[in-house]
Write a protein that binds this ligand. Structure first.
Ligand code: NAD
Length: 462
C-alpha cells in the first residue's frame, strides 16, 4: 500500500482492522505468539536483505546494522515471546476497607486499532519495535515507515505481509499525504517516532479524536565529562556512541560535550587519537561510517559547519564530500551558546565541546533548556554521579557510556518534556499498547446499612 493511498482508502483499512479486532482474533495468547514468532522468522530469514536495505538508505556499516537494528529487533521479539503469558495475566491487587469484602485486579486490555509512524534513522528497528509491542498487547496495527529510508520502507511493505496476519497488521508506505490520510482517522492509540515539529502535528490530529499517544522525539543530548575518569575508555565510548551510530544521526547520540576548561585539551586529544584509530586519516573514505541520509540533511549540516568555519571553533575534521553525502567526524571547541549548532538538535557527525569552570554548574544550564531524551556523565566520582541523577531531568541517563541504555529491555525508553511522552521496550511496550482495566468484584454479602438512605441521625453518628 502506498501510492494513491488517500483518506478514503485509509478509512477502509481502519474499518477492516477494526472489524478484525472486534472479532476477537488478536486477543489470544496463541495469535500474539504466532505473530511474534513470524516476525522473528522474518528477521532471521532476511538478515542479509535488511542489512542491504540499510546500506542503501544510509550506507550503514553491516556491523552497525546487525548490532543496532537486526539483533535488537529480534531480541525484542524473543523477549516479548518469553514474557507474553506473564504480561497478559490479570494482576491481583489489594482491596480497601471501603469495598470489603471484594477482590480487585488489573486486567490488561488491547486498545484496538493502533497506528505506528516511524523515523528514517533506524528505519528497521524503529518500525518493528513498536509493532512488537502493539501485537504483544493484542492490537491490530498499521505501520507507516519513513519514506526517507526508501529501501527499508519497501522491504517492510513487501515482506511483513508474507509473514504476519494481514487481516490485523498492515504496512502503508508514503510521505506527508499518506501520513496525513492516516492521521485523519480515528485510532485507539498512536505511536509516533520522529521530530518534535511533526510530533506537534501528530498530537494535534490525535486531539480531534481524543486518541492517546506515545511521542518518541529527540533533542540535544548532553555529555558531561569529569576529569576523574579513564580518558582512553571515555574517548572510545563517546566516539562509538556518536559516530558509530549512524554518524551521529541518532536520537540519543551525544549532541554536545560539557567539560572543564582545564580538562578540555586532554579530552580533545584523546577524541582525536581515537577517531583516527577507528576511522583512519581519511574518514570520508571510511566504510565504517554511515553517510548523511539525503542532500537536504547534508545541506542543513553543511550550513551549521560553515557557520563554525567562520567562527573558527573547528579543532578536528570539518571535511565534507557532497557527492557521497559524507561529513568527517568533527570536533568544535568553545562554541558560543548562541551559535545555531547549540540551538538545534545536530543529528549528524558534528560534536561541539563547551567548557565550564566547574561541572556542577552545567546541571542548571541543562535544566534551563528543553529536557533531553538522554543525558550522559563520565566520572569516577560517585557523589557527582548521585547529584547528576538527582538534579538533571532527562528521558534517560547513562553513566560512563553512551547509547547502551537503549538496549536494556528492563528499562523504559522514552522522553520527557519536549523529548517526548510515554515510553516503550520490553514490558513497557506491552503497557504502552494496553489499557489497564481496573476490575473490582464483590459478592452479595457484607452489607453495611450505613451506606444506604435514608441517612437517619443514628446512621450519621456511627
Ligand atoms: P520526521 O518528523 O521528519 O518524520 C518522522 C515520520 O513522520 C515519517 O514517517 C514521516 O513520513 C512522518 N511525517 C513527516 N512529516 C509529516 C507531516 N507533516 N504529517 C504527518 N507525518 C509526517 O522525523 P525524522 O526526520 O524521520 O526523524 C528525526 C527526528 O526523530 C529527530 O528529532 C530524532 O531525534 C527523532 N527520533 C527520535 C527517536 C526516539 O526513539 N525518541 C528515534 C529516532 C529519531
Amino acid at each position: 500500500m502506498g501510492k494513491g493511498f488517500d483518506g478514503a482508502r485509509a478509512a477502509e483499512v481502519v474499518a477492516e482492522l477494526r472489524e478484525t479486532f472486534r472479532s476477537g482474533r488478536t486477543r489470544s495468547l496463541r495469535w500474539r505468539a504466532a505473530q511474534l514468532k513470524a516476525l522473528a522468522r522474518m528477521i532471521d530469514e532476511n538478515e542479509a536483505d535488511i542489512a542491504a536495505a540499510l546500506y542503501h538508505d544510509l550506507a550503514k556499516p553491516p556491523t552497525e546494522s546487525f548490532l543496532h537494528e537486526i539483533s535488537l529487533a529480534k531480541e525484542a521479539c524473543l523477549f516479548a515471546l518469553k514474557k507474553l503469558k506473564r504480561w497478559m495475566k490479570p494482576r491481583k491487587v489489594p482491596t480497601s476497607i471501603t469495598t470489603f469484602p471484594s477482590s480487585a485486579k488489573i486486567v490488561p486490555e488491547p486498545f484496538g486499532v493502533v497506528l505506528v509512524i516511524s523515523a528514517w534513522n533506524f528505519p528497521f528497528l524503529l518500525s518493528i519495535d513498536p509493532v512488537i509491542g502493539a501485537i504483544a498487547a493484542g492490537n491490530t496495527v498499521v505501520l507507516k515507515p519513513s519514506e526517507v529510508a526508501t529501501v527499508t520502507s519497501s522491504f517492510l511493505a513487501k515482506n511483513l505481509p508474507q509473514y504476519v496476519d494481514n487481516s490485523c497488521i498492515r504496512v502503508v508506505e508514503g510521505s506527508i499525504p499518506e501520513a496525513s490520510a492516516l492521521l485523519e482517522q480515528k485510532w485507539d492509540k498512536i505511536f509516533y517516532t520522529g521530530s518534535a515539529r511533526v510530533g506537534r502535528i501528530v498530537m494535534a490530529a490525535a486531539v480531534k479524536h481524543l486518541t492517546p499517544l506515545v511521542l518518541e522525539l529527540g533533542g540535544k543530548c548532553p555529555v558531561l565529562v569529569d576529569s576523574n575518569v579513564d580518558i582512553k575508555v571515555v574517548a572510545k565510548r563517546i566516539v562509538v556512541g556518536k559516530w558509530g551510530c549512524n554518524s551521529g544521526q541518532a536520537c540519543i547520540a551525544p549532541d554536545y560535550i560539557i567539560t572543564t576548561k582545564a580538562f578540555a585539551p586532554k579530552l580533545v586529544d584523546a577524541l582525536k587519537i581515537t577517531l583516527e584509530k577507528f576511522y583512519g586519516k581519511n574518514p570520508l573514505g571510511s566504510t565504517d561510517l554511515s553517510r548523511i541520509v539525503n542532500s537536504s540533511h547534508f545541506t542543513r549540516l553543511k550550513n551549521l559547519l560553515d557557520e563554525e568555519k567562520v567562527s573558527g571553533t573547528i579543532v578536528h575534521g570539518g571535511q565534507e564530500d557532497e557527492k557521497h553525502l559524507k561529513i568527517a567526524p568533527t570536533l568544535l571547541l568553545d562554541v558560543p551558546s548562541d551559535a545555531s549548532i547549540m540551538k538545534e538538535e545536530i543529528f549528524g557527525p558534528l560534536l561541539p565541546i563547551i567548557t565550564v569552570d566547574d561541572l556542577e554548574q552545567s546541571f542548571d544550564v541543562i535544566n534551563s533548556k528543553p529536557k533531553p531524551l538522554a543525558a550522559y556523565l563520565f566520572t569516577k566520582d560517585h557523589k557527582l554521579e548521585k547529584k547528576f541523577v538527582k538534579t538533571v531531568s532527562a528521558g534517560g541517563m547513562l553513566i560512563n557510556d553512551a547509547i547502551l541504555q537503549f538496549t536494556n529491555p528492563h528499562l523504559p525508553f522514552g522522553g520527557v518534556g519536549e523529548s517526548g511522552m510515554g515510553s516503550y521496550h520490553g514490558r513497557f511496550s506491552f503497557d504502552a499498547f494496553s489499557h489497564k482495566k481496573a476490575v473490582l468484584s464483590r459478592g452479595f454479602y457484607g452489607e453495611i446499612p450505613m451506606r444506604y438512605p435514608p441517612y437517619t441521625p443514628l446512621k450519621q453518628k456511627v
